[in-house]
Design a protein around this ligand. Sequence first.
Ligand SMILES: [Zn+2]
Length: 87
Amino acid sequence: MTPAVEITGALFIDGGDGHEIRKGDRAGQIVYRREPRARFECLRCRTTEGPVSGPDDVREFVANVRADHQTRCHPAPTEHHQPRKAA
Ligand SMILES: [Zn+2]
């Protein structure tokens, strides 16, 4: 069973432009000409988190931003399209 997923935000990831070093002391490292970037746009409160840049920051951001944003997501009470009205 697939649980129902409410789409509340959009995560944008730019993988950047880099290549892995194949030889030498720094073999295995990735050199970026353009660093990876990421940002998150919440559809509920219209807030943008980020952008962040750099491979480590991007990885952490992508892993945590949804949970992190949940704690500070406060949609404006004056939305035009209320899904349901308080009685
Ligand atoms: Zn939000």
